[in-house]
Design a protein around this ligand. Structure first.
Ligand SMILES: Cc1cc2nc3c(=O)[nH]c(=O)nc-3n(C[C@H](O)[C@H](O)[C@H](O)COP(=O)(O)OP(=O)(O)OC[C@H]3O[C@@H](n4cnc5c(N)ncnc54)[C@H](O)[C@@H]3O)c2cc1C
Length: 161
């Protein structure tokens, strides 16, 4: 692991960490992601991606693959317990305000591999699995030392003194 040479460390390879890392990498910022798990999580979690999120993921180049893996939903319905539709709202009301006037239903675990693949294109980005960050020493807006427990044992791979 070569965290020492990298100015940004992201802790956690969930959707937030990988999205953050991809934004940085696409902006030319070297970044290392440290993930305690041995691989991306496959846990069943979030299922819905909203228009604003899809717009953001489109800028990162992963929205179309995510859309292809899921189901577009063009209307929200509110129902009572007898399943009668009480109210409905079409996403076309958002036309002109978003490039994605619909939501996409797809497992969160389908997004993270897309983000990881997009990240791996960048030589200045790195994702280290089985590496837990268990302490940091902050100084102002920076972290000057960061302790990890990973395949190489306990380390302080980021040490700016
Ligand atoms: C059962 C369940 C159902 C959900 N359903 C929905 C839903 O329907 N809609 C919705 O919008 N949201 C839903 N959520 C919430 C959604 O899953 C989270 O908002 C989302 O996962 C947050 O992403 P994240 O990247 O911040 O965190 P996470 O996905 O939790 O990722 C954090 C990562 O950081 C790693 N990590 C943590 N600590 C360390 C450390 N010290 N060192 C190294 N790595 C570390 C973890 O291993 C993990 O991989 C659900 C969550 C759960 C649990």
């Amino acid at each position: 692991m070569s965290v020492r040479r990298r100015p940004v460390v992201v802790v956690g390879a969930g959707p937030v960490g990988l999205t953050t890392a991809l934004v940085l990498a696409q902006g030319g910022v070297p970044v290392t992601v440290l993930e305690s798990g041995p691989a991306l999580s496959t846990a069943s979690r979030a299922s819905t991606f909203h228009p604003a999120t899809l717009d953001l993921l489109d800028e990162l180049g992963v929205a179309s693959a995510l859309r292809a893996a899921g189901r577009e939903v063009h209307e929200i319905q509110w129902r009572d317990l007898a399943q009668r539709v009480l109210h409905r709202m079409g996403y076309d009301a958002l036309a002109g305000r978003t490039d994605h006037p619909y939501r996409v239903h797809v497992e969160q675990s389908r997004l993270t591999p897309l983000l990881l693949a997009a990240l791996e294109v960048h030589p200045h980005a790195e994702v280290c699995f089985s590496t837990t960050v268990f302490d940091v020493r902050p100084r102002g807006d920076d972290v000057v030392r960061l302790w990890t427990d990973g395949p190489d044992g306990l380390r302080t791979p980021l040490d700016a003194g």
